[in-house]
Design a protein around this ligand. Structure first.
Ligand SMILES: CC(C)(COP(=O)(O)OP(=O)(O)OC[C@H]1O[C@@H](n2cnc3c(N)ncnc32)[C@H](O)[C@@H]1OP(=O)(O)O)[C@@H](O)C(=O)NCCC(=O)NCCS
Length: 147
């Protein structure tokens, strides 16, 4: 933990980070995005947390006439969870969005993703709507007002 804190940096992703990002993606999601999807998706904001190596990432896009931004993905390597890495990624996102005069961040989280729901709540996000799903795995729309 101490080593990660000393060397930590949140920075924009580079092409050479993709392999590590995809490794974390596969460890984090049952239907991971593959390399070509990462290549194609709009990466308006693509941040990585680089300790001694990349151990987390966040992808977000700005929309709604640049009033709000949406988090598309956030994941941290399982060996590095609960060390504040996702929190650091969101803090950097907030900094970037404030510079762009964007006042709101939203995210959709599935009900089964309890750690993510707890994470967003701790980061200050509030649930603004719940979209029921036939599978009972409801979708929660969560928002954070910034600035
Ligand atoms: C959700 C996720 C990104 C959190 O990353 P993280 O770096 O471990 O989060 P942080 O260390 O910044 O956690 C901050 C706070 O969030 C809450 N939190 C995070 N993970 C939690 C968990 N598994 N259970 C309960 N609360 C949790 C806690 O309040 C935590 O503070 P604390 O450690 O002081 O108690 C990570 O668990 C992950 O990659 N999950 C798999 C991918 C995923 O579900 N992504 C989100 C959907 S896109």
């Amino acid at each position: 933990m101490e080593n990660i804190r000393q060397a930590m940096i949140v920075r924009t992703a580079k092409q050479e980070d993709f392999a590590k990002v995809i490794e974390i993606e596969k460890l984090s999601f049952s239907t991971p995005w593959d390399y070509s999807f990462f290549e194609k998706i709009s990466k308006d904001i693509f941040l990585v947390f680089d300790g001694q190596e990349v151990c987390g990432y966040l992808i977000a896009g700005c929309c709604h006439r640049n009033v709000s931004a949406t988090i598309l993905k956030i994941a941290v390597h399982p060996e590095h969870r609960r060390k504040g890495i996702a929190t650091n990624l969101v803090h950097k996102l907030v900094e970037i969005l404030k510079d762009r005069k964007i006042s709101e961040i939203d995210v959709i989280v599935i009900d089964a993703c309890k750690p993510a729901i707890s994470f967003y709540k701790k980061a200050g996000f509030k649930t603004v709507s719940t979209i029921p799903q036939a599978s009972n795995n409801d979708l929660h729309e969560m928002k954070l007002t910034i600035g």
